[in-house]
Design a protein around this ligand. Structure first.
Ligand SMILES: [Zn+2]
Length: 140
């Protein structure tokens, strides 16, 4: 998806605030039409109900609240983001299993194993197959 530097900063800031626990949240997008990339418009922080450095589960109430807000503006949930505070920003087997519940949604992962150099990547996970997709930085 296309995303502004400002929204990337918001996601990385959330990851840093929650560290060493994993953070999680939702990115609302304007859907891409005619093959265009979806464009990120809003970051919604959510609670990691496990408050754990090793796993996350997004608070279902936060998902519903974000969906309601997005629907009113014809926006969609385009991405679920979370952080890996000790490992590379690559989906774990748990992430891959969980992604089965979210077809078509990009998985944005912030890697904070080097806190001074956060890495942020995005993936589509379909039928257990992980494919990295571009996070294109756009000016707003
Ligand atoms: Zn993960």
């Amino acid at each position: 998806m296309d995303i502004s530097a400002e929204l990337i900063d918001q996601i990385v800031a959330h990851a840093r605030e929650e560290a060493p626990n994993e953070c999680c949240g939702i990115v609302g997008v304007l859907p891409g039409r005619d093959g265009a990339q979806p464009r990120a418009v809003r970051v919604f922080r959510a609670e990691n109900i496990h408050k754990s450095p090793k796993r996350f589960e997004i608070d279902g109430k936060a998902v519903l609240a974000a969906m309601r807000e997005l629907e009113d503006s014809s926006l969609e949930i385009g991405s679920i983001y979370h952080s890996h505070t000790h490992t590379a920003p690559y989906p774990s087997q748990t992430d891959i299993n969980f992604a089965a519940n979210w077809p078509g949604v990009e998985w944005v992962i912030v890697g904070l194993s080097d806190p001074s150099a956060p890495e942020i990547r995005s993936y589509l996970i379909e039928e257990g197959v992980v494919r990295e997709v571009a996070l294109e930085q756009i000016a707003v």
